[in-house]
Design a protein. Structure first.
Length: 92
């Protein structure tokens, strides 16, 4: 039988996957009750920061979308693209 921590990690991981598959913006962070964050001792889950949030009840979590994160926390960069010509083989 899996430990409670493993079950929590599995549920959070599935929620991250579900968010990322259904939203054009990737998940940015995982929010949990401060008690849960302290109890589990996790700083990051799958590269996403774990953020204490007193508004979230114990035993629950929230996946925060990158479009919902404050603009101050996001780094804006200018993308510079270069046109590339792709050639396909000719079948005779």
């Amino acid at each position: 039988m899996a430990s409670p921590e493993a079950k929590n990690l599995e549920a959070i991981s599935k929620a991250i996957d579900q968010h990322n598959s259904s939203c054009p913006f990737p998940a940015a962070e995982v929010r949990m009750n401060p008690f849960e964050v302290e109890r589990l001792g996790w700083d990051h889950i799958r590269g996403l920061p774990v953020v204490p949030d007193a508004e979230i009840g114990t035993g629950r979590f929230r996946i925060v979308c990158s479009r919902d994160v404050d603009g101050e926390e996001l780094e804006e960069v200018e993308a510079i693209g270069q046109e590339v010509e792709t050639l396909a083989p000719v079948n005779n």
